[in-house]
Each structure stands twice: as structure tokens, then as C-alpha cells.
Design a protein around this ligand. Sequence first.
Ligand SMILES: Cc1cc2nc3c(=O)[nH]c(=O)nc-3n(C[C@H](O)[C@H](O)[C@H](O)COP(=O)(O)O)c2cc1C
Length: 105
Amino acid sequence: MTAEYNHGIPGALKNAIDFLFKEWNNKVAGFVSYGGAALGTRAVEQLRLVMAELQVATVRNQVSLSLFTDLNFTVFKPAQFQENYVNSTLDQVIAWGNALKTLRT
Ligand SMILES: Cc1cc2nc3c(=O)[nH]c(=O)nc-3n(C[C@H](O)[C@H](O)[C@H](O)COP(=O)(O)O)c2cc1C
């Protein structure tokens, strides 16, 4: 899950990702972001590039939450339709996670 700061990922998240390398390899990632008008999607696009370097497979579907309507700035109450995005993202993560198992063993 990522916020978006000045069209990029938070420095603390990047630092946490960089702390590991091998542990990331041949895993799968699905993204949840939140932000203003662009819902944090620019941060996710950057994360996809970083994940590629770490040999992580990133699924297409993602969950993009609005600071205004899903978080109301303080209260996390996502719109009902977000459930579909959560489920379709998790479906892809599970499918690719299973497919990559042979590489991880
Ligand atoms: C310096 C700064 C830059 C920001 N830039 C963006 C941005 O580019 N896009 C966006 O959607 N939200 C932006 N925001 C809003 C943050 O995404 C929002 O404050 C969010 O709640 C931060 O998440 P956090 O409190 O979990 O760190 C910015 C906020 C700050 C303080």
C-alpha cells in the first residue's frame, strides 16, 4: 500500500523496499494506493519499475483509493465498488504467486 508524495512514492517506503533484495525475488505484488485526483496511481507506476529490478512480478489489477471519497481524509470507508478491485487484484496475486512457486523452491 502506498501514498503519493509529489507524484512519487514515500521515501520511507522506498527505504524499506531497498533494505531487502533476495527476499523479493520471484514473488508477486499487487498494489493498493491512495491519493488526490490521481488516486496514488503515479506512485504505483513508479513502484512497478522498482519491483521489476527486484524480480517481482506485478499484476495488472490494482486498488486505487481516493483521499476524498474512500478515506474522507480521516475515516477509512471505501466505496462499495472497491470490493471488486480488491477481489480481482487478489485473484491475480494468488494465480501468479502459485505459478511462481517452482522458481522459489
Ligand atoms: C508534501 C506533500 C506532497 C503531496 N503530494 C501528493 C501528490 O503528488 N499526489 C497525491 O495524490 N497526494 C499528494 N499528497 C497528499 C498525500 O498523499 C496525503 O497527505 C496522504 O494522506 C499521505 O499519506 P500518509 O499520511 O499515510 O503519509 C501530498 C502531501 C504532502 C504533504
